[in-house]
Design a protein around this ligand. Structure first.
Ligand code: NZQ
Ligand code: ZN
Length: 387
């Protein structure tokens, strides 16, 4: 097991009706900016619940944060927040609104060009940030209980991440009823994203850093997702299924399963490039890349792939090679069962994109995966496997 320091300061406020507690959770003298996406919260009653809870408080709102939050849009919010001397940001939405709000929170205090954070994570590491909190409406990213933020800059064709010690939300309200209005596509994206986050912190080559309890924990998250996926239908979503989905997504990327273990994240790094170049939803990119990565990295990840196949999908029969094949197929079939396409060609993406992504990794000197084992050449192999 690797040495680690674990800290997670975010208070979770979980359950139905909890949005009403906002006024108690936000300091009474705060100058609040509510940050909002494209409008789903106006149709499902969440906006009204937030506004009711903040009656009599000093607040403004900023609307229009897009899925894959856009740098240019967020810079407008930064200007407004500075001008209005905002000292509390409340993100009401999915991962994009929350990530965008983390960017606003730090960019408000940065003297230089805030894109610096995205180009050089070290500049963001301890960046000062305005206090932020969230009301989550889409279980997927774990952003409600982590300090990560992923920002897109369409003019540059780029999508990049940063982390600051100061961008953990102060609190996050997780009301499972907020997700009843999710369309099928976003439910599927959220399940895939959570599954992929867990795999990124579990399915490694085992050279360094493994923890028995974290393996079992990760396998529990994966199995929960497989169990609840059929119950998360748009037509009939029970409170129990919604609640389990929400908690699983948060637990998938709040630092818990990462304790003492090695991590991969190559699938995410490759997936971000697919979104930057083709605007694919984040979850869709992961469903394309992950099965192909498992196949290309099967030698390095052999022991874990066998464990994953046996413990998560009950695959015990056959040679090692056959069991690994079955585990990869089971993963792809799980994603497809959610209605998610798992091949680049199904999105009319071909060899030229593969070459462009390999070039980007090469030019940036990126070697990803655990200890850099996924070289640009491997990235090319993975993407060709996913064609
Ligand atoms: O914008 P609105 O109108 O709210 O609609 C959104 C959006 O169109 C809609 N939606 C959200 N909640 C809803 C709802 N529709 C109906 N009912 C509700 N309750 O869903 C659409 C997608 O929302 P978005 O926030 O973009 O999705 P998600 O939560 O999947 O976030 C994706 C972004 O997070 C980043 C991704 O790269 C991507 O940019 N990630 C952030 C991470 C982090 N901070 O730790 C880690 C992840 O790996 C990921 O990279
Ligand atoms: Zn993700």
């Amino acid at each position: 097991m690797n040495n680690f320091v674990f800290t997670n300061p975010t208070k979770l406020v979980f359950g139905k009706g909890q949005i009403a507690r906002l006024a108690k959770l936000i300091p009474s003298d705060a100058k609040i900016m509510i940050t909002i996406g494209g409008g789903s919260i106006f149709n499902n009653g969440i906006y009204n619940q937030v506004v009711d809870a903040l009656k009599g408080r000093d607040w403004v709102e900023f609307r229009g944060i897009e899925p894959n939050p856009e740098f240019e849009t967020l810079m407008k919010a930064v200007e407004e927040a500075k001008e209005k001397e905002i000292d509390f940001l409340l993100a009401v939405g999915g991962g994009s609104v929350i990530d965008g709000t983390k960017f606003i929170a730090t960019a408000m205090h940065y003297e230089g060009d805030p894109w610096d954070f995205l180009l050089d994570e070290r500049k963001a590491a301890n960046a000062k940030a305005t206090t932020l909190a969230t009301v989550l409406t889409l279980p997927a990213t774990g952003s409600e209980m982590n300090n990560g933020s992923v920002i897109s800059r369409r003019a540059y064709g780029e999508k990049r991440a940063f982390h600051s010690a100061n961008t953990f939300p102060l609190f996050s309200i997780l009301d499972p009823e907020a997700i009843y209005s999710l369309p099928k596509r976003q439910i599927a994206n959220g399940i895939v994203d959570t599954f992929a986050h867990t795999l990124e912190q579990y399915l490694t080559d085992g050279t360094e850093g493994s923890a028995m309890v974290m393996d079992r924990w990760a396998e529990g998250l994966l199995q929960t997702l497989i169990d609840i996926a059929p119950k998360l239908t748009v037509e009939r979503m029970s409170y129990d299924a919604a609640a389990n989905f929400m908690l699983t997504a948060t637990m998938g990327l709040n630092g818990f399963v990462a304790m003492g273990v090695e991590q991969d994240w190559a699938t995410h790094m490759i997936g971000h490039e697919l979104t930057a170049l083709h605007s694919l939803d984040h979850g869709i990119t992961l469903a394309i890349v992950h099965p192909a990565l498992m196949d290309v990295m099967r030698e390095e990840k052999r022991a874990k792939l066998l464990q994953y196949g046996e413990r998560v999908f009950g695959i015990k029969e056959g040679s090692e090679e056959q069991r690994i094949d079955k585990a990869i197929q089971a993963t792809e079939m799980f994603y497809r069962s959610l209605g998610v396409k798992t091949r680049l060609s199904e999105h009319s993406i071909g060899e030229s994109t593969v070459n462009e992504i390999v070039k980007r990794f090469t030019d940036r000197g990126w070697r990803v995966g655990e200890r850099g084992i996924v070289t640009p050449e491997k990235v090319g192999e993975i993407l060709r496997k996913a064609l």
